[in-house]
Design a protein around this ligand. Structure first.
Ligand code: PHE
Length: 342
């Protein structure tokens, strides 16, 4: 090809390339125009470059110069058109995307739920499973099977919520001991979380409904040593390296019975408002399952023995967080729950 023809061809490639790139109305059309004009394989600029080979040696510098001009012009135009179309494509927004996001309250588990879950985890590691029973209970399961005499003050309508059509709202989780013993063969190791009801006024230390967690272990050869060592281990786990003490007590369904106290974690035992100046916090009632309870559930009390305990996880939550009034636990006030929930 002679120089004159080459320059004419370069002019044409440039002219048509400009027209194609400029008329592309969107990014797809621009890409098609780019491939036709500047594409590596069949682009017209590429063909123009290849045609340089047929130019006589002395004309090569002039032809090469014209080729470079055409290519640079088209590449610059393509970049400019692409930037313009990208901008047009970007979402139009008036929001300030650099503002920090508003924090939302995601909710959290109730402090009593957290304590129950922690108790469950400790006893699960010790081989206990979870059992549950009804909150509306018969008088027999709630009292009779548990060896309450018919004249026991707990049966009084002043203390217990009786249901109109018979039965009671269970006053403790102990009836589930009997239900479990009826249903399963020893060895039995169960933890029984649940709500219980008492005819109490709502005040700083009483609520008509509260949570309990019961424990029951029945097998051959179970003794008070098992009770003490298991509950000591539990206290260690849930309160850190606290000291415990067992005080003799009385429940109709355990014999002997004991209440377990844990040294106050807030004052370390020297006495403070949280432990009412005693240095100890009462955590649970416990004892060896009364033979009459085993018999009521159809278990041979000559062959099997066992121990049981019952505690209020709300008390643990309160002593832990130094909550002055248990009504806070029932108010569902997020300003408060936010501070003590995890
Ligand atoms: N049920 C008893 C209560 O509500 C607690 C308890 C359970 C005591 C098991 C001994 C054994 O106070």
């Amino acid at each position: 090809m002679n120089l004159q023809d080459y320059i004419a061809q370069a002019h044409e490639v440039e002219h048509e390339g400009v027209a194609a790139l400029q008329s592309a109305a969107d990014l797809d059309a621009l890409e098609a125009a780019r491939i036709a004009t500047l594409g590596d394989r069949h682009g017209r600029v590429k063909a123009l470059q290849e045609a340089l080979r047929s130019i006589a040696k002395e004309d090569k510098p002039a032809a090469g110069k014209r080729f470079n001009e055409a290519r640079q012009k088209l590449e610059a135009l393509h970049a400019e058109r692409k930037a313009a179309l990208d901008r047009a494509h970007a979402p139009t927004t008036t929001e300030d995307l650099s503002l920090p996001a508003r924090r939302t309250w995601r909710g959290a588990k109730h402090p009593v739920t957290l304590v129950i879950e922690e108790i469950e985890e400790i006893f699960r590691e010790l081989g206990f499973t979870i059992a549950q029973g009804p909150e509306a209970e018969t008088e027999w399961y709630n009292f009779g099977s548990l060896n309450f005499p018919p004249n026991h003050p707990a049966l009084d309508a002043h203390d217990t919520l009786y249901l109109e059509k018979g039965g009671v709202l269970r006053t403790h989780t102990s009836p589930v001991q009997v239900r479990t013993l009826q249903k399963y063969e020893p060895p039995i190791r169960v933890l029984i979380p649940g709500n219980v009801y008492r005819r109490d006024f709502f005040d700083a230390s009483h609520a008509p409904m509260f949570a309990q967690v019961e424990g029951l272990c029945v097998d051959e050869g179970i003794s008070f040593v098992d009770l003490k060592s298991t509950l000591n281990r539990f206290a260690e786990r849930i309160f850190g390296a606290s000291r415990t003490r067992f005080r003799p007590s009385f429940f109709p369904f355990t014999e002997p019975s004991a209440e377990m106290d844990v040294q106050c974690g807030i004052c370390g035992g020297s006495g403070c408002p949280a432990c009412k100046g005693t240095g100890w916090i009462e955590i649970l009632g416990s004892g060896m399952v009364h033979p009459k309870v085993l018999e009521a559930a159809g278990i041979d009390s000559e062959r099997y023995t066992g121990w049981a305990f019952g505690m209020g996880p709300g008390r643990i939550a309160i002593s832990r967080s130094g909550i002055p009034d248990i009504r806070i636990l029932y108010d569902s006030d997020v300003r408060f729950l936010e501070q003590i929930s995890e």
